[in-house]
Design a binder for this molecule. Structure first.
Ligand code: CIR
Length: 260
C-alpha cells in the first residue's frame, strides 16, 4: 500500500489563493481537525502517512498534490502556476528523495499536480490557468521516454483537471461535463456528477474505497449505486480554499513504510 505525503494546514490558510470561490472565513483549527480525520481515513484504507514539515508562512502548503507528480520510476517536483506557491517545492523535494529520483521543473514551465490525472500509463493533463504549454512539455519530456503518454485535456470554469474529473477505478471517470472536455478521455466510461453538485467530481481512489467530501451526498449515492465503496470526510474548511480530497496528499505506490 502507498505512502501518503501530507502536510498540516498552515496558520495562514485564510490567505490562500482563490480562483472560483468567494473568500469566506476559514476556521483553521477546524481545518486541522478535518485534515487529521482525512489522514486517519487514508490510514484506515492502508496508506502510511508521512507528514511534511509545517510551512505556516505558505498559505496553500496543505495542498501538497500540486507540487509533485510521482510516477513509478521518478518524481517530478513541479513549478506551481501560482507564484505564492513556488516555495512549497523545496520541502517537497526533500520529502520525495527517499522514494524516487527527483526531477525539478524550471521556468517558464508551470504545472500543478492537480492538473494531472493518471490512468495506467496515460497522463491526462489539464490546460488550466496554472499549467502552461511549457509545463506540459516538461512533463512529456520526463514521462514519455518511460512509457507514459501525455494527453492534454481542455477545461473551463474550474481550477484544475481533477476539480472537474477524477478516475474512480474500474474504467470509470467521474466528471462534471460542463467543466471538462471529456471527449479527450479514451477507453473509459464517463459518469456525470449530479448537476446540483458540480464540485463533486473530485474523489480520491485508495485501496478499496473512494475518499470524498461529505458535502456531496448525491454523488456519493451515485457512486454507491454503481458498486463503489465510499469513505466520506468533512472537508468544509479546506473546500473554502478550493481544496478537495486529491489535493491533500501525494500517493507514492509500491513503498513499504520504514516500520514495516
Ligand atoms: C490554490 O488555489 O492553489 C489553492 N487554494 C487550492 C489548491 C487545490 N489543489 C488541488 O485541487 N489540486
Amino acid at each position: 500500500m502507498p505512502i501518503a505525503l501530507t502536510r498540516a494546514p498552515s496558520t495562514s490558510l485564510a490567505r490562500c489563493e482563490l480562483s472560483f470561490r468567494a473568500r469566506e472565513p476559514i476556521d483553521v483549527a477546524l481545518a486541522r481537525e478535518q485534515h487529521a480525520a482525512y489522514e486517519h481515513a487514508l490510514a484506515s484504507l492502508g496508506a502510511t502517512i508521512v507528514r511534511l514539515p509545517a510551512a505556516d508562512e505558505l498559505p496553500d502548503a496543505v495542498f501538497v498534490e500540486d507540487v509533485a507528480i510521482v510516477l513509478d520510476e521518478i518524481a517530478i517536483v513541479t513549478r506551481p502556476g501560482a507564484a505564492s506557491r513556488r516555495a512549497e517545492a523545496i520541502s517537497m523535494t526533500h520529502a520525495l528523495l527517499p522514494y524516487r529520483d527527483v526531477r525539478t521543473m524550471r521556468a517558464p514551465a508551470t504545472l500543478d499536480g492537480g492538473d494531472v490525472m493518471r490512468i495506467g500509463h496515460t497522463l491526462y493533463v489539464g490546460r488550466s490557468a496554472r499549467s502552461n504549454g511549457a509545463g506540459i512539455a516538461a512533463l512529456r519530456e520526463e514521462a514519455e521516454p518511460r512509457g507514459y503518454e501525455v494527453v492534454p485535456v481542455p477545461l473551463t470554469d474550474c481550477l484544475h483537471l481533477k476539480t472537474g474529473c477524477t478516475y474512480a477505478g474500474a474504467g470509470v471517470v467521474l466528471a462534471n461535463p460542463r467543466w471538462i472536455d471529456a471527449s479527450a478521455l479514451r477507453d473509459v466510461e464517463v459518469l456525470h456528477v449530479p448537476e446540483e453538485e458540480p464540485w463533486g467530481a473530485s474523489v480520491l481512489a485508495l485501496g478499496r474505497a473512494l475518499v470524498m467530501p461529505a458535502s456531496y451526498p448525491r454523488t456519493r449515492a451515485l457512486l454507491e449505486s454503481r458498486g463503489f465503496t465510499t469513505c466520506a470526510v468533512d472537508l468544509s474548511e479546506l473546500q473554502k480554499a478550493e481544496g478537495g480530497p486529491t489535493c491533500l496528499s501525494v500517493l507514492i505506490e509500491g513503498e513499504a513504510s520504514a516500520t514495516d
